[in-house]
Design a protein around this ligand. Structure first.
Ligand code: FAD
Length: 305
């Protein structure tokens, strides 16, 4: 219920203005977002890589409504990739992108061309791209664009969301050699017709999908902070004899950092998803929706001091 309210607020421009202008918002945002510019992204990446982590960077923004904005997002990624390469931070750092920020809502071809330009810049920088997955109305389009991108850039990764009923089948399709798949629970509000609604059903689906990916020939990226799922991931890695070069764990910047370090200490590859940029509102609201404790933390920061 609370989750639905917060996810509805994520789409409200009135709430967005309220949150953005609240006096202590910035402190809360900093916990989950590395900063606003390329320099902030580089600083956070350097710090994480020094701790033995790998990184995927997300230039924040989604639901772009005009070609100029989409081009600006593409250019921001190209600039970032050149800077990462110049700083010697590739291939430890790669990028994650949302096709909706590249024009998918109004021109799929434009989104594909922008994503292709970013994949080319990533190849030149010696690293890879992963396509984030957004709400279920975009899944087919995103997987179609992925298939086209992989013709020239086979290392391009995709995200599959365990809460969608279709995802086991998508995992089977994408479990082949060379395929990089990030498995997450899913962060959007989805109808029962397409998505499991209870946490238990989503967790069971996650395990079924994980089994498909970990027993397949691709490169699974297990994106979760859930202690039970991480333990099952460790178990499957032993069972399917997957070392640190054959799968990885992924977590979000600012969430369970001590668990990220523990896994690095155990010898696993761990990638931190680092968002940066000025358009942090939708991202922050999804993180708050995941965990009421974060909402309390946010509320305290807004009213205290
Ligand atoms: P949950 O059941 O939400 O959490 C399990 C436990 O983890 C909690 O009990 C708590 O201890 C801890 N935890 C979880 N969330 C938080 C938090 N916000 N703050 C503090 N502690 C927390 N979703 C998409 O729909 N599309 C994507 O492309 C996408 N990419 C992602 C990339 C990465 C690297 C990660 C880690 C997640 C991504 N997600 C994406 C979000 C994902 O779908 C979930 O919404 C999110 O990861 C929370 O689910 P969970 O597996 O951590 O489990």
């Amino acid at each position: 219920m609370l989750r639905s309210v917060i996810l509805a607020a994520a789409r409200s421009s009135r709430v967005e203005r309220l949150v953005e202008t609240a006096p202590y918002t910035r402190d809360v945002v900093r916990r989950f977002v590395a900063g606003t510019g390329t320099d902030d992204a580089l600083r956070a990446t350097r710090e994480l890589v020094a701790e033995g982590l790998t990184v995927t960077l997300d230039h924040l923004g989604e639901d772009t409504v005009n070609p100029e904005q989409a081009d600006a997002t593409r250019d921001a990624y190209v600039t970032l990739l050149a800077a990462l390469s110049a700083a010697g931070l590739t291939p430890a750092a790669e990028v994650s992108l949302k096709l909706s920020a590249l024009g998918q809502m109004f021109d799929e071809q434009l989104a594909y061309e922008n994503a292709r330009a970013i994949c080319a810049a990533a190849a030149q920088a010696g690293t890879t791209v992963t396509l984030d997955m957004e709400d279920h109305t975009t899944t087919d389009s995103t997987l179609d664009i992925l298939a086209k991108l992989r013709e020239d850039h086979p290392g391009t990764g995709a995200v599959l969301q365990a809460y969608l009923r279709r995802t086991e089948s998508d995992c089977r399709d994408l479990a082949g050699a060379g395929s990089r798949v990030r498995l997450c629970k899913g962060a959007y509000r989805e109808p029962e017709s397409v998505a499991y609604q209870s946490a238990r059903e989503v967790d069971k689906s996650y395990v079924r999908c994980m089994n498909i990916l970990m027993s397949g020939d691709g490169y699974p990226m297990l994106a979760t902070h859930d202690p039970r799922l991480i333990a099952i991931g460790e178990d499957r890695a032993r069972w399917f004899d997957r070392g640190p070069d054959r799968f990885e764990f992924q977590m979000l910047y600012g969430i369970r950092p001590e668990e990220q370090s523990r896994l690095v200490g155990e010898g696993y590859t761990v990638r931190t998803y680092v968002p940066y940029g000025t358009e942090w509102y939708g991202y922050l609201m999804r993180r708050l929706a995941e965990r009421p404790a974060n909402l309390a933390f946010f509320g305290r920061a807004l009213v205290s001091r």
